[in-house]
Design a protein around this ligand. Structure first.
Ligand SMILES: [Zn+2]
Length: 579
C-alpha cells in the first residue's frame, strides 16, 4: 500500500532536511535542538513554540523551526518531535520515593475492590511464605468495599493463622494486624492509645479489632524485621526510575530520616540518579536537630539535589478519621480526630528554622490541624521578624490543606503560606468525605480554586504511594474533579476544578516557586534548565477522558534525554542525524 503523506507532513520533512544542511559558528552551537514540537512553554511572554535549543544544561533558544537553525552546528543532535506536545518538566510536589519503590517490591494491594479480593491477594502471599515469617503489604482502601468497613484481625486470622500479618491502608495512616502480630506487639484490650494514634477496639467486647491508626501502627511496625540497606537502595532506585518513565523531571520528597538520606546521597554520588530531587527531613527529633545545625544543601549535584525543608506531620487522615477537625465527624460523633504533635513543642523548632533559612512544610488535613498550624506559623513569623531570618520570605508550606475553615482560607495568602495539594486525593476521598464531613464542610474541602482566587499558588502533587503517582491522573483530576470513570457526586463542588493553564502551573512553575527555584525551572524559557516532558497527546486541547490515555514519550532533564518510549520509535530526528 502506498503511504499517504499530507502536505503538512511533507512540509515538515522538507524543513527538517533543510535544517540539517545549515551550520553556525561554534559559539552559538547547541548540543541538542528539538524541532517540529507543539511546545507549551508555560511562559506568559511567549506561550507557544515549535523549537527549543539546548546548550549544556540550559535552554538557549525557544521559537520557530526557522530561527532554531541559527543554533545548529556539526555536533548538534536534532530531535524531530513530529508534532508531539511538550510541556515544561513536570514536578510531583509531594510524594514518598521509598514508598513508591517498596510498593513495586512488596505485596501491592491497590485495586482490591472487595474484601474477598483483598483477602485472596493476601492468602496467595501466605501460601508462598514459610510459617512464622511476616506478611506485609500496602494499598487497600475499604471505602470501595461493600459494606465499606475496616477489615478485622479475624478476617486475617482465617487466611493467615501461622504468620504475623500487617497490611497498611493506601494512605499510610492506618493498618490492619492479625492476632499473631498483635500478640508479638503485646497489644490487648488493656493497651492504652499512644499519643497521636488509636487502637480500635470492639465496642461490645473491648478487644482490639486489629485496626491501628497513625502512631499506634508503630507498636506493631517496630517488630517487623527491617529491610536491609541493599533492599532500601533497590526500592529507592526502582522509585526513581518509575518516576522518570512517567515523565516526572523532579520530585519533592515529603519526608526522610537519616537512614534514607544516607542512601539518597550515596546513589547521587555514584551517579545513579538523573531525577531532580527536593528533599525534606522529618521533624521534630534528632534528625531535624542535626539538619538545623548543619543547614540546607542547595543545588548539589549540578542542580539535582536540594535539601532545605523540614517536614512535620500534624494530624492523621480523613479516611481513617484521624484528621483533626474543629467539629466532630459526621459519621462518628464521638471523635474529632487528633493532632499528632504537641503545638507547644513545635514552637522552638519553627523559630530556629526561620533563623537558619530552613523551609517548613506541615501535613495538615483537618480544619483544626490547618487552623492550629497557621497559628503556629504566624506566631513564628512574628517572633522572628524578617531582619532576623536567613531568608526573609520563608515560603512555608501546608501539605494537603484538605479541609480549611472559611475563616482560615484567606490566611494562607495573607501569611504567604503555600497550600501544597493533591488533585487525586479529592477524586479518591470524595467517595467517603460526604459521610465523614457532612455537606456543609465539603464547601471548603479540596478548595483549589478558592485558594487560587484568594491569591495563593497551589503546587500539585500525588502523595504516591498513597495514590498512583501518575502525572496524567493528577492533571485529569485537577481539571475534571471527577473519578477516573467520569463520576461526580453530590458535594463534589465542580467549581473548585481548575483550568488547564492552572493545572499546568500546578505541576511546573508553582512547585518551582515553592522550592525557591522559579528562576531555574518551571517553564521553557531561555536561560532556564532544560527540563521537558514530551507527551503522546496535547493535554491542553483533548477531551478530559483522553488525558488518562496520554503518556510520557520522552523525559528530558538538564538537556539529557533520560527516558524515551522506545516502543513508539517516533523520533526520526535521532535516526536522521546518524545517517
Ligand atoms: Zn505524604
Amino acid at each position: 500500500m502506498k503511504a499517504q503523506i499530507s502536505h503538512g507532513t511533507l512540509g515538515r520533512i522538507l524543513l527538517f532536511f533543510s535544517f540539517l544542511l545549515q551550520t553556525v559558528n561554534a559559539a552559538d552551537e547547541a548540543n541538542l535542538i528539538f524541532v517540529n514540537g507543539n511546545i507549551h512553554t508555560g511562559s506568559e511572554r511567549q506561550r507557544h513554540a515549535e523549537a527549543v535549543a539546548v546548550k549544556g544544561q540550559r535552554i538557549v533558544f525557544v521559537g520557530s523551526n526557522e530561527d532554531a537553525k541559527n543554533f545548529r552546528g556539526n555536533e548538534t543532535r536534532i530531535v524531530d518531535l513530529g508534532g508531539k506536545t511538550v510541556v515544561p518538566g513536570l514536578t510531583d510536589s509531594h510524594c514518598h520515593i521509598f514508598g513508591i519503590g517498596e510498593r513495586e517490591m512488596n505485596l501491592n494491594l491497590e485495586g482490591t475492590n472487595t474484601r474477598e479480593d483483598f483477602l485472596a491477594k493476601v492468602k496467595a502471599r501466605v501460601t508462598q511464605t514459610s510459617p512464622g515469617k511476616w506478611i506485609t503489604g500496602r494499598g487497600w482502601i475499604e471505602t470501595f468495599w461493600k459494606p465499606p468497613r475496616f477489615p478485622t484481625q479475624q478476617d486475617l486470622d482465617s487466611i493467615a493463622p501461622d504468620n504475623p500479618a500487617f497490611l497498611t491502608r493506601a494512605d499510610g495512616h492506618a493498618a490492619i494486624a492479625n492476632s499473631s502480630a498483635l500478640k508479638i506487639a503485646k497489644i490487648d484490650k488493656n493497651t492504652p492509645n499512644p499519643f497521636g494514634g488509636e487502637i480500635l477496639k470492639d465496642k461490645a467486647t473491648g478487644e482490639p479489632t486489629g485496626m491501628l491508626l497513625d502512631s499506634a501502627q508503630d507498636l506493631v511496625a517496630k517488630n517487623i524485621p527491617k529491610p536491609t540497606e541493599t533492599e532500601r537502595e533497590q526500592a529507592f532506585l526502582l522509585g526513581v526510575n518509575r518516576e522518570i518513565q512517567l515523565g516526572w523531571c523532579e520530585i519533592q520528597n515529603a519526608g526522610s530520616y537519616a537512614d534514607d538520606i544516607k542512601i539518597i546521597r550515596k546513589c547521587f554520588n555514584e551517579g545513579k540518579v538523573k531525577l531532580r530531587f527536593i528533599n525534606a527531613v522529618y521533624g521534630p527529633g534528632e534528625d531535624a536537630q542535626r539538619f538545623l545545625k548543619e543547614g540546607a544543601a542547595i543545588n548539589n549535584d549540578d542542580h539535582h539535589f536540594t535539601q532545605r525543608t523540614l517536614k512535620v506531620i500534624f494530624d492523621g487522615a480523613l479516611g481513617s478519621r484521624g484528621a483533626a477537625l474543629l467539629k466532630p465527624y459526621s459519621d462518628a460523633p464521638e471523635t474529632f480526630g487528633y493532632l499528632t504533635e504537641k503545638p507547644e513543642e513545635l514552637k522552638p523548632m519553627f523559630e530556629e528554622a526561620l533563623r537558619r533559612g530552613i523551609q517548613v512544610e506541615t501535613h495538615a488535613i483537618g480544619d483544626r490541624a490547618n487552623r492550629v498550624i497557621l497559628d503556629l506559623y504566624e506566631q513564628a513569623f512574628n517572633a522572628v521578624p524578617p531582619e532576623q531570618r536567613k531568608i526573609c520570605e520563608p515560603r512555608w508550606r501546608v501539605e494537603h490543606a484538605q479541609i480549611v475553615d472559611p475563616a482560615d482560607l484567606p490566611r494562607f495568602a495573607r501569611l504567604g503560606v503555600i497550600p501544597s495539594m493533591q488533585p487525586s486525593h479529592a477524586i479518591s476521598d470524595l467517595f467517603f468525605a460526604p459521610a465523614r464531613l457532612g455537606m456543609d464542610r465539603l464547601a471548603n474541602a479540596y478548595a483549589w480554586q478558592s485558594l487560587i482566587k484568594s491569591g495563593c499558588i497551589v503546587p500539585g502533587g500525588s502523595d504516591a504511594p498513597v495514590e498512583r503517582g501518575e502525572p496524567m491522573i493528577e492533571f485529569y483530576a485537577a481539571i475534571s474533579r471527577k473519578s477516573v470513570k467520569g463520576f461526580s457526586g453530590e458535594g463534589w463542588h465542580p467549581e473548585q476544578a481548575v483550568s488547564r493553564e492552572q493545572a499546568l502551573k500546578m505541576f511546573t512553575i508553582w512547585p518551582a516557586y515553592a522550592a525557591f527555584e522559579e528562576n531555574d525551572k518551571g517553564s521553557i524559557e531561555v536561560g532556564k534548565l532544560a527540563d521537558f516532558t514530551v507527551l503522546s497527546r496535547d493535554i491542553m486541547k483533548i477531551p478530559d477522558p483522553e488525558i488518562l490515555k496520554t503518556h510520557a514519550e520522552m523525559t528530558v532533564i538538564s538537556g539529557e534525554v533520560v527516558f524515551e518510549d522506545r516502543q513508539s520509535n517516533r523520533f526520526d530526528g535521532t535516526q536522521a542525524h546518524l545517517e
